[in-house]
Design a protein around this ligand. Structure first.
Ligand code: G3I
Length: 337
């Protein structure tokens, strides 16, 4: 059975990030997505710089194609993302300033959320706004250009604008580095929860927390305690939780034997999903990609590995679109959840 069939039995959505280049060029890739997944998220083509290559001039070609494909196959779509300190266009720094930043932010959300109104399961309205190393007590990333120009109100403005434009989409806050039981990640979890509480107190619309889940196999750090508390606390605030970008790096696995590496990666998939699916909070599990042929961990599709044997194998399908041990571990966790 497919990943989506096993997930559906537990009332769960399962999905993947879709690379626009592969999607455009490879029918086998599209077929695999239609067979396996109940939700998709564009890897890049809904980001600010991709959608707005010139000021106030939009290119929706790839995003439209993915949304149409999803509609045709009964697949839901996550939107990723409106506001981020990365993936901004080249013109951004010279064009956007303190005086017009608010208008650029609102216009972008109005235009994009408006175009896909009613067709998006959930929007990552703001992505990765917490960065402890910037030294603020509230943990906000003060080095983000949005923060620099608009201060911390940019967050509330983005969520309010998204809600007004598409009231059907679940509004998500998405972040990474909140998975492991380290002091640093605990600090980041505290800051994320602080931000979500601040939204609730201010009446800023927020529906879900996205835990990216870029994790690794073979390391010494543990996960489970802090992660469960984060999920429980988010649930206690009435929020849904999504695992939005899961993949498992295996640099920490000493063996070069592919079977050993794949087995170790699969064990991490299984343990991690068992942990996050222990309660009712997590409603969707997505991996950041589909096949080891295209993963950001190997530099995308243009990757030429220096040490080909150690190219990462972090996803549920290998480069030939065959299911990996991680695929079977995902299904097993869905069955047992
Ligand atoms: O398409 C351009 C191409 O025209 C240009 O010649 C080339 C030169 O650099 O760049 C190409 O764009 C690249 C783009 O991926 C598409 O391949 C960008 O440089 C590259 O920075 C971009 O990387 C993406 C990254 O986000 C930054 O936007 C990765 O593919 C994508 O997997 C990664 O995804 C992020 C999530 O959005 C947020 N969470 C972390 C996750 C992994 O980093």
């Amino acid at each position: 059975g497919s990943l989506k069939a096993h997930a559906a039995a537990r009332g769960l959505l399962t999905g993947c990030a879709v690379n626009a280049g592969l999607f455009r060029s490879d029918p086998a890739f599209r077929k695999l997505i239609a067979q396996q997944y109940s939700i998709v998220v564009p890897e890049n083509c809904m980001k600010f710089g991709y959608l707005q290559p010139a000021p106030n001039s939009y290119n929706f070609t790839d995003a439209d194609a993915l949304v149409a494909f999803a509609e045709a196959h009964g697949i839901k779509v996550r939107g990723h993302n409106f506001v981020w300190h990365e993936a901004l266009p080249k013109w951004f720094n010279t064009t956007v300033n303190k005086d017009n930043a608010r208008k650029f932010l609102v216009d972008h959300i109005n235009t994009v959320a408006g175009r896909y109104k009613g067709k998006i399961h959930s929007w990552d309205v703001v992505n990765e706004a917490i960065w402890i190393k910037d030294g603020r007590a509230d943990g906000l990333r003060s080095s983000s250009p949005w923060f620099e120009m608009l201060g911390s109100d940019y967050l509330d403005l983005a969520y309010r604008t998204a809600r007004e434009t598409d009231p059907h989409a679940l509004l998500t806050y998405n972040d990474y580095g909140i998975e492991y039981d380290t002091d640093e990640e605990q600090k980041k979890r505290d800051a994320v929860l602080g931000l979500l509480r601040r939204f609730k107190a201010a009446g800023t619309p927020i529906d879900a927390l996205g835990i990216q889940s870029h994790i690794h196999a073979g390391g010494t750090e543990t996960y489970g305690k802090g992660l469960r508390r984060l999920i429980d606390d988010a649930g206690g605030m009435g929020l849904q939780v999504f695992i939005t970008e899961m993949d498992v790096k295996d640099d920490g696995v000493a063996s070069d034997d592919i079977a050993v590496r794949d087995k170790t990666v699969a064990e991490v998939y299984g343990n991690y999903l068992d942990t996050v699916l222990r309660g009712p909070e997590v409603k969707a599990v997505l991996t950041w990609g589909v096949t080891d042929k295209n993963t950001w961990l190997n530099g995308g599709t243009k990757f030429r590995p220096l040490h080909p044997a150690r190219a990462q194998r972090p996803l549920p399908f290998d480069a030939d679109y065959k299911p990996t041990p991680a695929f079977f571990a995902m299904r097993k966790s869905f069955d047992e959840a």
